[in-house]
Ligand binder design. Structure first.
Ligand code: PLP
Length: 425
């Protein structure tokens, strides 16, 4: 293990724990040298990394600013207020809670705030592109609540709002979730709000994937329509691993009470600080450019993949994400994902709607453009990316390892020309 090079920019870590430091160094090289296409990942700035590694780590701060159960919160209160104010300003929300440890606890807090165990909650089915925490059976949200699920149409890959409305009026859920983890199309928040209103449900828009696009004006905002907006902070928003819940003033107390003391203890103050930094970055004009470039890149990449004969769920993308069905290429998603990994292209295998295969061995792969856009790649690079995927998928089917090695070297050359933010050379 210690034969790996030690990262010179972590001198204390390298001295105290060379084994761990070497692993961090290896991960930095991996992230620098590979084409990262996982749509839920990104590169945070050095400023976000620094904020998340500060002495704020050392504090306990149960409670909220001005109402803590611990003394010594003079600075922490200001850090948390800064993050809250920036979140409210960026998204135009009445209220923001920046304490959820991550997206899953944030969504569990929503259940705690608006439903009782055994109540019905409604969300998009996981294999259709929804998230586990929207009432799917294996999640606590599906075990402790009665999850009912909608999907997309088999013929279009799009949400059928007649089906959503019929289900909502029949089941009368306490909560309706919209948003998900493998949705390549714009979410119609107004349509969901109309249905939730009619059914007497609280509408929660989970924008974990698209929060950066919303902040940058490249996707419509859920804020005018949803009662609660749930988001992670580490995907397109390009912040640390964490989450936020935003809501109308009328729900502020319920949301805050559910997060603390309902579900969590002390907030991770170093993460709160890094969220504040990321929100500051996301408020800059350059972030608007970034968000629009993410979408432009994804649209061009989707077009290049279609030209090469790939099947894309819903026929393309409106956002940062593309869901590829590899059935017609005769390669299972997992085989393709592992081969592409050997070619220096990191994707994840994923179910496609109505997938006849199992979730651990599905028919598709899921790709996205947030990370490559953070490295400065533009639409002019998308033909090369599509070409590598095409050659990689073919090589996966034929077992052509030299072809994968050739792609890996081409990828490394392009990556070397576009340094990754946050990673010192
Ligand atoms: C839509 C959605 N909600 C919630 C989450 C959960 O976030 P976390 O992994 O931070 O718990 C994810 C993560 O992929 C997600 O895509």
């Amino acid at each position: 293990m210690t034969s790996l090079p030690l990262p010179a920019h972590h001198p204390a870590l390298a001295t105290a724990d060379p084994e761990l430091a070497a692993l961090v160094g290896a991960e930095e090289r991996l992230q620098a040298d590979t084409l990262r296409l996982i749509p839920s990942e990104n590169y945070v700035s050095r400023a976000v990394l620094e904020a998340s590694g500060t002495v704020l780590q050392n504090k306990y701060s149960e409670g909220y600013a001005g109402r803590r159960y611990y003394e010594g919160q003079q600075n922490i209160d200001q850090v948390e207020r800064l993050a809250i104010d920036r979140a409210k300003a960026l998204f135009g929300a009445d209220h923001a809670n920046v304490q959820p440890y991550s997206g899953s606890p944030a969504n569990l807090a929503v259940h705690l705030a608006f439903a009782e165990p055994g109540d019905t909650v409604m969300g998009m089915a996981l294999p259709m592109g929804g998230h586990l925490t929207h009432g799917w059976g294996v999640s606590a949200t599906g075990k402790w609540f009665r999850g009912v699920q909608y999907g997309v149409r088999r013929d279009t890959g799009l949400i059928d709002f007649d089906e959503v409305r019929d289900l909502a009026l029949k089941e009368r859920p306490r909560i309706i979730f919209c948003g998900g983890t493998a949705l390549p199309r714009t979410i119609d928040f107004a349509a969901f709000a109309g249905i939730a209103h009619e059914a007497g449900a609280v509408l929660v828009a989970d924008v974990a994937h698209i929060a950066g696009l919303v902040a940058g004006g490249a996707h419509p905002s859920p804020v005018p329509h949803a009662d609660v907006v749930s988001t992670t902070t580490h995907k397109t928003l390009r912040g640390p691993r964490g989450a936020m819940l935003m809501c109308r003033e009328e729900h502020a107390k319920a949301v805050d009470k559910a997060v603390f003391p309902g579900l969590q203890g002390g907030p991770h103050n170093q993460t709160t600080a890094a969220i504040a930094v990321a929100l500051h970055e996301a408020a800059q004009p350059s972030f608007r450019d970034y968000a629009h470039q993410v979408v432009a890149n994804a649209k061009v990449l989707a077009g290049e993949l279609l030209t090469r004969g790939f099947d894309l769920v819903s026929g393309g993308t409106d956002n940062h994400l593309i869901l590829m069905d590899l059935t017609s290429r005769d390669v299972p998603g997992k085989v393709a994902a592992k081969a592409l990994d050997r070619a220096g292209i990191v994707v994840n295998y994923n179910t496609v709607p109505y997938d006849p295969r199992k979730p651990f061995d599905p028919s598709g792969i899921r790709i996205g453009t947030p990370s490559l856009t953070s490295r400065g790649l533009g639409t002019e690079h998308m033909a090369a990316v599509a070409d590598w995927i095409d050659r990689g998928v073919t090589a996966a089917r034929t077992g052509d390892e030299p072809a994968l090695a050739a792609i890996r070297s081409e990828v490394a050359d392009l990556m070397a020309a576009h340094p990754a933010p946050g990673i010192p050379a």
